[in-house]
Design a protein around this ligand. Structure first.
Ligand SMILES: [Fe+2]
Ligand SMILES: [Fe+2]
Length: 419
């Protein structure tokens, strides 16, 4: 069923449609939006897609932009009594998807918000009210009943650190929010007209995903472990159903091509330890503001071979100090030390996890192996403030610029010759 509620003067409309058993999409169609972020000009508007899954328990996946407040909430309450919703799954906390979380919580205060650790932290910053939460990560499941077993996959840096994908084993629908999206508004729920959407799909990838091509490849690897995907329930544009293989394959091909061509930094952090994840993400964000790619790796869960390969292909290495008491992370740091080469750069930071390995001995080891320090060690002695995160971001940018300098010098030399 497709219901179009037309508001001609603002051209904001809502479409609801059954996309799979017990599964409804609520698509907010923003026909005229012509700007998204600073440089992201839109020709074809956009949509904000939200989903309702009704097992024995009921889950809402993402919400909408606040400009749809009335339309979205009217539509939602027309479909379901909000207090019947058990879970609100947050794939990503940017306001185009989470702009109405506060409103949904006001209607259904007992709802449990499900998201990555970072998503829940970000939400706390703008919801400013207590809410029930369940932090999930790759490999965790949530059983809604009636066959709707949800599998979660973390997808950090696609394009925010909080991003998470959700796969419904019962319907084979993969909920991806910004990933595999496009800014394209039309009355079609699905990708029936591939030639109409291809250019916007590519442009969106280039703007949002290409800077983190290596993270895209890591997320695809984790996605491959899920079952068959028949529908990609994205957060923007038509859902992918007719061209899933090709359009998902595009991400793989484009990212492989980019990853091959780029210099990269591998950022090692320790999940669930102090502020390691948020600090590492701030540094990563700073690096991606330059031309350098980033690969994030959790010292707790990466296997030694992965660590070694990541260090081998990286131009720079960032390490968040692990706890002294964890043998897995200590072993992972030894693997890093054994794999580094003298031309690489290194940056170290403390996590403020109360039991951090001291920075200086590791610094001297890297120095004696011939590595250059890309930024002065970041020593966190208190709960990090926004200013500290900003400084971490700047340290990342410094490192990226340092690593880009060879190419810059080469470009300048060729410019000299041209002149
Ligand atoms: Fe986003
Ligand atoms: Fe978005």
């Amino acid at each position: 069923m497709v219901v179009l509620t037309d508001r001609v003067q603002k051209r904001l409309t809502i479409e609801t449609s059954e996309i799979a058993p017990d599964t409804t999409t609520i698509r907010s169609l923003d026909w005229d939006r012509d700007r998204f972020d600073i440089e992201f000009g839109l020709q074809n508007g956009t949509t904000y897609n939200s989903y309702l899954i009704r097992g024995e328990k009921i889950a809402l996946v993402d919400t909408s932009h606040e400009k749809f407040r009335q339309l979205y909430l009217d539509t939602l309450t027309g479909l379901i009594n909000p207090t019947d919703i058990d879970y609100l799954i947050i794939s990503h906390t940017e306001p185009d998807h989470s702009g109405l979380v506060k409103d949904v919580l006001a209607l259904a205060p007992d709802i449990t918000v499900v998201g990555s650790k970072v998503a829940i932290q970000f939400l706390e910053d703008f919801v400013h009210q207590p809410f029930q939460r369940q932090i999930v990560k790759t490999g965790n499941q949530l059983d809604l009943g009636n066959g709707h077993i949800l599998d979660f996959v973390n997808a950090p840096n696609l394009h925010w650190p909080d991003t998470m994908l959700t796969y419904d084993e019962g319907t084979k629908v993969l909920y991806t929010c910004d990933v595999f999206g496009m800014h394209y508004c039309s009355a079609s729920t699905y990708d029936d007209n591939l030639s109409a959407i291809e250019a916007d799909y590519r442009f969106y990838y280039e703007c949002l995903m290409a800077p983190n091509a290596r993270s895209v490849l890591s997320a695809l690897k984790r996605m491959d472990k899920l079952g068959e995907v028949t529908t990609v329930a994205n957060g923007h544009g038509p859902l992918l159903r007719h061209n899933v293989e090709q359009l998902v394959g595009n991400y793989r091909d484009w990212s492989q091509a980019k990853a091959k061509a780029e210099k990269s930094v591998v950022v090692f952090y320790v999940s669930d330890y102090g502020y390691s994840d948020r600090i590492s993400q701030a540094i990563a964000l700073g690096i991606t503001k330059t031309d350098i790619a980033v690969e994030m790796m959790d010292l707790k869960s990466a296997d030694p071979q992965e660590v070694q390969e990541a260090v081998n292909r990286a131009a720079g290495i960032v390490i968040g100090m692990p706890p002294t008491t964890n043998s897995t992370t200590t072993a992972a740091v030894s693997t890093v030390l054994a794999a580094v080469k003298s031309k690489q750069s290194v940056g170290l930071f403390e996590s403020y996890g109360e039991d951090d390995e001291p920075i200086d001995p590791l610094r001297s080891q890297f120095r004696s192996l011939g590595l250059k320090e890309a930024f002065p060690a970041i020593r966190i002695k208190d709960t990090p403030s926004e200013t500290i995160y900003k400084l971490c971001e700047e340290a990342g940018t410094d490192m990226g610029q340092w690593l880009s300098r060879d190419r810059l010098i080469k470009n300048m030399k060729s410019l000299d010759t041209d002149l």
